[in-house]
Ligand binder design. Structure first.
Ligand code: HEC
Length: 442
């Protein structure tokens, strides 16, 4: 994919807030498995802190002789220790542990080990020019003083921007970078909790996007996690939520004319925190909206009755497009739930990026994997993207991702749509954008 024409937005704490640490903490309760593994097999030569000793080179803060992609690192660990004649790791460690150690070293080199992510870490904007394969660029601060959980920006025709901050609300940033007061009347936020630098919460404002014909109709789409309406399983409505898409207008600083565009049955509202709710929105050029709904439930992504772990596609008014892969003819439509007929693709984990690719005429998404395995996918109607049966990343607790694969389920790797770009070590990819301007022609 050397011709990949996308600009990855620099990874910030915004992305990090949605990272897998939550998953790691909630579901394993263990500390980083690879710390003790490195300590017992590697540290005597490479140092506990990976900075090297007389018996082995530093593995961080210096160039590596044999390369530092995960593939290079796997090769070094497995095959470059013959000279020391001490340990033959190829025989001593399993393939998956060698990969896990390679990811561990790769993440430590980038300062992006999942245990380091904190939602309120200060964003450092480098003064220096940043290098990419095709172009160098610099980042400038445009608006400052925002909440650390800012999530979405949407340009308006007059040069200003809509902004969502997950827990604070919706506001407008003027063309010269000044933030307005909060728009009143937007959905209610639930309770939240800071635990070891991770924010757990429910009722978050996620994406904001304008209708393709916004200049004539003023419609603004707001993707958020709706607090439990009624009859939810969890007793505490302030902790129980589910993705929902509304549209409305802003008049005199107020959110008005609100219509619900996409919403699930109350049974799908969960207390499994909003960090991996996904929550993006993208319009195509033919009257459809795509929305990403993350894994709100461990088994959700492979269960077609469950709306979580899916990308959904709807018409601009929320109705089901007749050519959706799981749509049924109107006379039988009531047999299959609405949120099943809106599914476009499934098997998604934490899909925080979603864009329409105008050059190719299809939707793409970005999603966070566990230890490694962040992905950029081309979204092909009706296809399975694998989570949690398959991922190029590893479980935080070590081992292949297959924990939620029911024991009696056989699945064929060939049936899973493989990612276009595997981003391992994974920086916890949040959003991305296709760039069609002329500042970066390549
Ligand atoms: C007995 C000492 C010793 C132990 C134990 C050891 N290494 Fe090494 N390691 C070395 C030496 C010496 C080199 C340099 C070999 C070379 O340059 O060909 C090296 C090279 C490497 C490299 C390549 C560095 C580069 O510059 O490209 C990696 C990666 C690496 N080791 C990882 C590990 C991991 C992971 C473990 C534990 C599973 C481990 N090593 C255990 C001594 C050791």
């Amino acid at each position: 994919m050397s011709t990949l024409k996308i600009v990855l937005l620099s990874v910030s704490v915004l992305a990090i807030a949605g990272s897998g640490f939550v998953y790691y903490w909630w579901e394993t309760g263990e500390l980083d498995l690879y710390v003790p593994m490195f300590r017992s097999h590697c540290a005597q030569c490479h140092g506990d802190d990976l900075r090297g000793t007389g018996a082995g080179p530093a593995l961080i803060e210096s160039e590596l002789k044999h390369g530092d992609t995960v593939t290079d690192l796997i090769d070094s660990i497995a095959n470059r220790h013959g000279a020391t004649q001490r340990d033959n790791f190829k025989d001593m460690l399993s393939e998956v542990d060698i990969k896990g150690l390679a990811i561990f070293i790769g993440e430590r080199r980038l300062g992006q080990r999942f245990t380091d992510f904190r939602f309120d870490t200060k964003i450092n904007i480098s003064e220096r020019s940043l290098k990419t394969q095709e172009h160098n660029f610099r980042i400038e601060a445009f608006a400052t003083g925002l909440d650390s959980m800012a999530f979405s920006i949407e340009p308006l025709p007059n040069g200003s921007f809509l902004l969502t901050e997950k827990e604070r609300g919706l506001s407008i940033i003027s063309a010269d970078g000044v933030q307005s007061k909060l728009i009143t009347g937007t959905p209610q936020t639930g309770s939240s909790l800071n635990l070891m630098g991770i924010k757990y919460g429910a009722g978050w404002l996620l994406d904001v996007a304008i209708h393709p014909d916004y200049e004539n109709n003023g419609w603004i789409y707001l993707h958020y996690t709706d607090l439990c309406p009624t009859e939810c399983i969890d007793a505490d409505p302030l902790k129980t939520s589910m993705n929902r898409l509304d549209r409305g207008r802003i008049r005199d600083g107020k959110w008005v004319d609100v219509e619900t565009i996409w919403q699930t049955d109350p049974v799908w509202y969960t207390s499994r925190v909003d960090t991996r709710a996904g929550g993006r929105t993208a319009f195509d050029d033919a009257g459809h909206i795509f929305i990403s709904v993350g894994m709100r439930d461990a088994y959700g992504p492979q269960d077609m009755t469950n709306p979580s772990g899916k990308i959904h596609r709807i018409n601009l008014d929320g109705s089901v497009p007749a050519d959706n892969p799981f749509a049924v003819a109107s006379q039988n439509a009531s047999d299959i739930p609405y949120t099943q007929q809106t599914i476009w693709t499934y098997g998604h984990r934490s899909p925080q990026g979603l864009e329409w690719n105008y050059n190719q005429g299809n939707a793409w998404n970005a999603e966070m994997g566990p230890g490694g395995g962040d992905e950029i996918n081309e979204l092909i109607a009706g296809r399975n993207y694998g989570w949690p049966y398959f991922s190029l990343g590893l479980e935080y607790s070590g081992g292949h991702v297959e924990r939620h694969k029911p024991k009696n389920v056989e699945f064929d790797v060939e049936s899973i749509e493989q990612t276009l770009v595997d981003i391992t070590p994974s920086p916890a990819i949040s959003s991305f954008a296709f760039y069609n301007g002329d500042q970066f022609p390549k």
